[in-house]
Design a protein around this ligand. Structure first.
Ligand code: ATP
Ligand code: LTN
Length: 333
């Protein structure tokens, strides 16, 4: 365990998880665990979720459901550390210290902040602005080397690196400098109704996304309504963003390259292609859904997993936190 590289990643329970979260993040985590050379921490980042307004009851359900999805997707609690962010206070504690070592300018340049605050009008929560500092704390507490995320998170990851280097320079070596890990084909699954923007769980139009928990008939309907084009041929090109997105979805699930799919559908129309895409998604998601339902009907098992996960995570996180506090000049407790 000592010599293994550390992986950290998280998803916020701010909405029901989409196929984008699954293919862009979770599916890669499952692959990495099989490598056996990593010590992995997968977190449900509930404190990040409250940067936008949440209904307490929904937040509780979703937090457990995200954890259940991690497990159902194949992340084994025995091999990995699975936990809930708010159960490890070191995350908020380090976050304050790092906030004091971050600049208004760099935080203001974050695209996610700019996008989300543009929609917020006058009353934008300050948490949306300091969000990346909490994310940096998540990562840096565990001396993380690799952070598997979708493309949209690369900017935040770079900021985490900058904050870590700045701290190391100011106070001496404390944090490992993390790297991002992005799966190219699934790095950005696009919205089915508007393939120019990423599929997002907080979208208003449910036809734009597929939820991990969507029943088969809903998946069929959403895929059949996905926006395509008038070319009428299955090609992998930026000129046909809707079709390109469906190829990426099918290719990632089946583990085949886009060119193979293009060849396979050379003589077929969009209707046939879409039908197959829907079935591929359904057969991938169905076993996961069954296991999630099972886990959600007996919370005891989940409880044991997140409790022992928080214990393991706290142990590692507190080691880093103690160093940080000492270095900045706080009196040891
Ligand atoms: P929101 O849209 O509400 O901000 P989100 O759907 O982006 O949220 P997060 O919890 O922020 O979800 O993301 C969890 C992980 O899923 C991150 O690693 C992110 O990069 C990845 N991810 C999210 N959406 C996609 C997508 N459409 N394609 C690929 N990866 C994605
Ligand atoms: N900000 C990320 C979620 C997230 C995360 C992290 C990802 C919070 N902390 C640490 C990787 C590592 C998002 O919006 N997807």
């Amino acid at each position: 365990m000592e010599n293994k590289k550390v992986i950290f990643s998280g998803i916020k329970p701010s909405g029901d998880l989409t196929l984008g979260n699954y293919l862009g993040a979770i599916k890669n985590w499952v692959k990495l665990q099989d490598d056996n050379q990593y010590d992995c921490f997968y977190c449900v980042v509930d404190m990040h979720a409250i940067t936008v307004k949440q209904t307490p009851k929904d937040l509780r359900r979703r937090t457990l459901e995200v954890l259940a999805i991690y497990i159902a997707a194949g992340i084994e609690p025995e091999k990995n550390t699975l936990f809930i962010q708010s159960h490890v206070p070191a995350h908020s504690e380090l976050s304050w210290v790092l906030t004091c070592n971050s600049y208004m300018g760099e935080l203001g340049r974050m695209t996610q902040y700019k996008d989300k605050s543009a929609k917020g009008g006058e009353s934008i929560g300050a948490g949306l602005f300091t969000y990346p500092v909490l994310m940096a704390s998540d990562i840096l507490l565990y001396q993380t080397e690799l952070v598997p995320v979708g493309k949209d998170q690369i900017q935040h990851l770079e900021l985490a690196r900058d904050i870590a280097m700045r701290f190391n320079n100011a106070y001496s070596d404390t944090f490992k400098i993390p790297e991002g890990y992005v799966n190219k084909q699934a790095s950005k699954i696009m919205d089915l109704q508007n393939p120019e923007k990423k599929m997002s769980k907080s979208d208003e139009n449910p036809n734009g996304y597929i939820l991990i928990m969507d029943p088969p008939e809903v998946i069929r309907k959403k895929i059949s309504r996905a926006v395509t084009d008038t070319v009428g041929k299955v090609n992998y090109t930026d000129d046909q963003p809707g079709i390109k997105n469906l190829i990426n979805i099918m290719g990632t699930i089946r583990g085949v390259k886009p060119e193979e799919i293009v060849e396979e559908y050379a003589d077929k129309g969009y209707a046939d292609f879409k039908k197959d895409v829907a079935e591929v998604i359904i057969s991938e998601l169905q076993p996961i859904q069954e296991r999630v339902n099972e886990l959600m009907s007996n919370k005891k098992e989940l409880e044991e997993i997140y409790k022992s996960g928080a214990q393991k995570a706290s142990y590692v996180a507190n080691k880093t936190l103690r160093k940080v506090m000492k270095k900045v000049g706080f009196i040891p407790r």
